[in-house]
Write a protein that binds this ligand. Structure first.
Ligand SMILES: [Fe+2]
Length: 424
């Protein structure tokens, strides 16, 4: 696989999503073609990302938070089996009676499931059997899309969009999880020897002023979005200056050289406890080799590029860095207003950007009834919001209103930051 598997460019992202036309706008034929084409494209992209991995690679689970590549391939398949084929294809025969148990992730409403931390213990089913599972479900899905009447197709379209976007989320996780696994290997294997860090458009300090104002936040309109991006609402934002640029490795080296990881007063209490417990001296995947820092990437162990955005930092580290600079992290609302105004460089396609906003429901949010209501809503506590997208985010999966979220100690994702200045 080449660099194209990971987004190398950082395009500005329009609010709308490419994808299937909405039922009201599309003829049944157009909708059928669009859904079928999108289904094949998403499923193919997963297999393209898994293609460089051997069966042994696909089995490893390097920590409880990460999942084996084989599991990602199977779980995304189970999603279509569980939520589309099961309820909507009366003739569907599951590929294997135990796969729902093995490959359900966290959907309590969908039944019992295998222990998350033990996914790496499954030598069986093997990678080839997962390929067969995917083919079985793909054949049934394509047949369903070709044979469904127009009304059924319109009913299925929103559900399918969730399935496509769900699989795209796992495409990113497939890369972050295998990178974490390879980073544990003294040989520092390259997932893709030709991989190179994304090109950054912005270097040096530059700030955008956001005057005080009431702004529209969240998703509005008809395009696909996750439920956590709604309800759209208004928020008071500013005055604040937000950095156009992402924090770079060069800036992070200054933080390290100034004793940032050893200065307790820069850190939240939980953050400094994590630093000490984990022995953190630098971002995740950094390695000191012959007195110089290198970073474990999808291309293997590479020299640290001073101008590249810092990556694999936790919220705790981002927060401490901001305090060291005498500045702050922006809120997710400030980020969104600035991104909509087009004043953020590299908002998409390099690193997810930590905000200081707790991952909380927007005013009036209610999770949908049923198992799919478990998708986002039940995670809305104790996590922080990240905005933008990363080099591993699939094409077409980014949005100005997109809310990613992780726990504050997590740093195996492609996570960085930009700063905010309140002039105080
Ligand atoms: Fe999932």
């Amino acid at each position: 696989m080449t660099q194209s598997a990971s987004r190398a460019s950082a395009p500005s992202i329009p609010e709308g999503q490419s994808g299937a036309p909405r039922p009201a706008e599309a003829s049944a034929g157009e909708l059928r073609r669009a859904l079928t084409g999108r289904y094949r494209a998403v499923r193919d992209e997963t297999e393209r990302r898994a293609a460089p991995l051997s069966a042994e690679d696909q089995m490893v689970q390097s920590m409880p938070d990460a999942s084996p590549a084989k599991w990602h391939r199977a779980h995304t398949t189970w999603f279509f089996e569980q939520f589309v084929l099961g309820p909507h294809d009366p003739g569907y025969q599951p590929f294997h009676p135990d796969y729902a148990f093995l490959f359900n992730s966290y959907y309590v409403s969908a039944g019992p499931r295998h222990t998350r931390a033990e996914r790496g213990l499954l030598t069986r089913p093997g990678a080839a059997e997962i390929t067969a599972y995917r083919s079985h479900v793909d054949a049934a899905m394509i047949a369903l899309l070709e044979q469904a009447d127009d009304a059924t197709l319109s009913t299925l379209a929103p559900l399918l969009e969730v399935g496509f976007n769900h699989e795209q989320q796992h495409q990113e996780l497939l890369l972050t999880d295998i990178l974490h696994a390879f980073a544990q290997n003294p040989l520092a294997p390259a997932y893709d020897p030709a991989w190179r860090a994304p090109t950054i458009t912005s270097h040096g300090e530059d700030w955008a002023q956001l005057p005080e104002g009431i702004h529209s936040i969240g998703h509005h309109g008809d395009g696909f979005h996750f439920d956590n991006e709604t309800p759209g609402h208004r928020a008071l934002v500013g005055p604040v200056k937000i950095a156009r640029h992402l924090v770079s490795n060069a800036e992070w080296l200054e933080f390290i050289a100034d004793g940032g990881y050893r200065t307790a007063t820069l850190w939240l209490m939980d953050g400094f406890a994590t630093v000490q417990r984990e022995g953190w001296e630098a971002p995740g995947h950094w390695r000191a080799v012959d007195g110089e820092w290198r970073i474990m990437t999808l291309g293997g162990l590479q020299p640290l590029e001073a101008t590249a955005p810092v990556c694999h930092v936790s919220y705790y580290e981002a927060d401490a860095f901001a305090r060291w600079r005498g500045l702050h992290l922006p809120t997710e609302f400030e980020w969104e207003v600035a991104a909509r105004a087009g004043v953020l460089d590299d908002a998409f396609g390099a690193v997810w950007q930590w905000t200081r906003s707790a991952y909380a429901p927007y005013p009036g949010y209610r999770a949908a009834p049923g198992a799919l209501g478990e998708y986002n809503g039940k995670f809305m506590v104790n996590q922080l919001v990240l905005r933008g997208s990363s080099l591993a985010t699939p094409q077409g999966h980014s949005r100005l209103s997109y809310r990613n979220f992780f726990y504050p100690q997590h740093r195996w994702q492609f996570t960085g930051l930009r700063l905010a200045d309140y002039g105080a």
